[in-house]
Design a protein. Structure first.
Length: 256
């Protein structure tokens, strides 16, 4: 089979980039790249992936090398899409289809719509309300946390989020949520502010990023793991600062 390795590498990196943006850890992304390229006869595959960059070089049987670099941008975790991309990579390794077929299969996956917003909102409300009760809140506290969950999910789904710094955006979301929570308690909808805000915090903490950071560290991808971990801890600190700032300012204003 006559193969254009430059076109093949481009198609493989499309899949790998989508996997990374969908929530895959670095070791899975690099392993998928290595397996797909090796299936088409690449003598050696040198792949290096971190949270913001991907570099792959193929060494071919005739001594030629093919290299491509990608700048990776943060994406939204989507495990349904990730599962389909994993299935596509396994199908590529098993059947080595033509590059055009790979592109069509990837385009079909990329064109599939993301999960509906109704499920996102419902999951957010149930999560926030459940944790509010778990941490000692009552029925009204759960209702207040559920209302704040609607606010959080709306802010997290705004398109402008992709254009702003994630750290500052999450800090702003936490601040607005904290202010809204205090207002609800003062209006009588909820009594345990701590339980309400803890339930809301569970929606904003970067749990997947922290999990993938630990997995990368355990897999030996130290640089990527530390990078993810530092980014996640900074975001968690920003979220905590946003809630603390809201409590400090409103309680100080009430005291004054």
């Amino acid at each position: 089979m006559d193969i254009c390795y430059r076109a093949l590498l481009h198609a493989v990196l499309d899949i790998a980039e989508a996997m990374q943006n969908s929530g895959a850890e670095v070791s899975r992304v690099e392993d998928s790249i290595n397996r797909m390229c090796a299936a088409y006869g690449a003598r050696r595959v040198n792949s290096f992936t971190i949270t913001g960059n991907m570099v792959v070089t193929l060494e071919l049987a005739d001594g030629e090398t093919v290299t491509e670099t990608r700048r990776l941008h943060p994406g939204t975790p989507d495990f349904t899409r990730l599962d389909r991309l994993n299935a596509l990579s396994r199908r590529i390794c098993a059947g080595t289809p033509p590059v055009e077929e790979i592109r069509r299969s990837y385009a079909d996956i990329a064109a599939q719509p993301p999960p509906g917003r109704a499920g996102t909102y419902l999951g957010g409300v149930l999560t926030a309300a459940g944790f509010a009760v778990f941490f000692g809140g009552g029925g009204w506290d759960a209702a207040a946390a559920g209302l704040l969950a609607l606010l959080i999910e709306t802010l997290m789904l705004l398109p402008i989020r992709r254009q702003l710094n994630p750290l500052f955006y999450l800090t702003a979301v936490a601040f607005l949520t904290g202010v809204s929570g205090i207002v609800l308690v003062r209006l009588g909808l909820g009594r345990r502010l701590d339980a309400i805000l803890i339930g809301c915090i569970m929606l904003t903490i970067p749990g997947l990023a922290i999990t993938n950071a630990v997995r990368d560290l355990l897999s030996g991808d130290t640089f990527s793991g530390l990078s993810r971990l530092c980014e996640s801890l900074l975001q968690a600190a920003g979220i905590a600062c946003g809630f603390c700032l809201a409590i400090y300012l409103l309680r100080r204003g009430a005291g004054a």
